[in-house]
Design a protein around this ligand. Sequence first.
Ligand code: PLP
Length: 388
Amino acid sequence: MTERDPGAGSLPQRASSEKLHVGRPNIGNRERLMARIGDLLDRRWLTNAGPYVLELEARLAEYLGVKHVIATCNATVALEIAIKALGLEGEVIVPSFTFVATAHALQWQGITPVFGEIDPRTHMLDPEHAEMLITPRTTGIVGVHLWGDTCDVDGLQAVADRHGLTLLFDAAHAFGCSRKGTMVGNFGAAEVFSFHATKFFNTFEGGAIATNDGSLAQKMRLMKNFGFSGYDNVVSVGTNGKMSEISAAMGLTSLESIDELIAVNRRNYLRYRDGLEGMPAVRFLDHHDERERSNFQYIVVEIDNALASASRDDIMNGLWGQNVLARRYFYPGVHNMEPYRTLAPHQRMLLPRTEALVQRTLVLPTGTAVTDDDVDFICRFIRAAVGA
Ligand SMILES: *Cc1c(COP(=O)(O)O)cnc(C)c1O
């Protein structure tokens, strides 16, 4: 705690000692999940294009309004597969303000991630800055949708088109979201979802690639299964990116509850928005266009460290003291993580907006485990801490 801190004594104390987490898993109807698990055990078909995986792929394609969905073991391997299938090489532009997997999926294949700046309003990749980073070695851009919202798809597509680059999206945060009425899953060459336990829609571990390009889908399908095209017939190099049946059973069950999960998140989101209103030192990320669909999975605030009487880190530590496990995202920025920090130490200087943002961002708990009282407490705590 710094000397600017108003002191723990003057801050509200939470009555409950139950821990509130960011990204606490959502679980759909337990009986239906157990019934599905019973069925898959009876069938003894545990993985390899089983009936649940095929059903989940079909239901996801329908939900997203996209031609092809390929279920995978997680989003990181899905990104690696998409990057390889699209033939990316040399340098690829990505935001630094993302989960480290976006960059690792490139670096893992010997491709250099070149970090682009964010638009401070949306926290997402700024097409104008991305365009300035293009060199003769650049082959693509990976846009990242954050916070249950979408990045500047049109701006990035225009840059990609002008320079003959491939555009791929990391849509790990954006399952169930739309842009101009079109569901995420339909943009760029392909879009990759994460169904990790902490994400809005989960399959324990899992992911999916969505695309409207049939030949790309075929290529990625082979890649996720070692390049097998039927028994004993390997036609290309591949990896093991398959989703298991138990994950697909979880996905099918979660999908049946998706509207309820969104409704809970939306309700929390609106309550937070009201509760955090009118504080000059706190910016609530309120950029959901009411005409668009969102999963409302992320409650994001920026704390103005100069204006607030407590810093972002003090507020976070204070909340942890009340068993509210708020998180700094995506601190300290991928360009400040290894191996990128050592490989390209100059990038810090080129990313002032990202450098500032990682000091300001705080993500608050939401989901089915968070009550109205919890939201009210968190808002009161922040209000007292910033001295508003
Ligand atoms: C969670 C996440 C990933 C990785 O997803 P996994 O399914 O855990 O591999 C990638 N990118 C972003 C932006 C994420 O939030």
